[in-house]
Design a protein around this ligand. Structure first.
Ligand code: 5GP
Ligand code: ZN
Length: 110
């Protein structure tokens, strides 16, 4: 996908701090962390947002959460929040679906 920051990161055209990667998913450190631990769990398939998920993406969406669990265990996180912003009004800035993993301080989400 042209002009997608996360596709460029996935293709290694743009540098990032990679925490974990397999054939379908990449986990990177957020460039502008909101919490002491702020990771982004990103499918390599370009899906613009939750509103663009199809039934065929069901397993991949499950794998995002399983990857969050795996990384949290590896990073010895006691607790964490998982968050997906959907659409501009929902706080989504990058139009390539991603799961935020936030940890390291209490987080208030209204
Ligand atoms: P959104 O608001 O779309 O849910 O979250 C996008 C996140 O991506 C933000 O937390 C932002 O800091 C992060 N981000 C934006 N551009 C880059 C980048 O080039 N590299 C990394 N590592 N994170 C980015
Ligand atoms: Zn993309």
């Amino acid at each position: 996908m042209e002009d997608c920051i996360f596709c460029k990161i996935i293709d290694k055209e743009k540098p990032s701090d990679i925490i974990y990667e397999n054939d379908e998913i990449i986990v990177i450190k957020d460039a502008n962390p909101k919490t002491p631990v702020h990771l982004l769990i990103i499918p390599k398939k370009h899906i613009s947002s939750v509103n663009h998920i199809e039934v065929e993406d069901k397993a991949l969406m499950g794998d995002l959460i399983l990857t969050a669990k795996k990384v949290a265990k590896e990073e010895n996180l006691k607790g964490y929040k998982l968050l997906i912003n959907v659409g501009k009004e929902g706080g989504q800035i990058v139009d390539h679906i991603h799961l935020h993993l936030l940890s390291g301080r209490p987080i208030e989400i209204p």
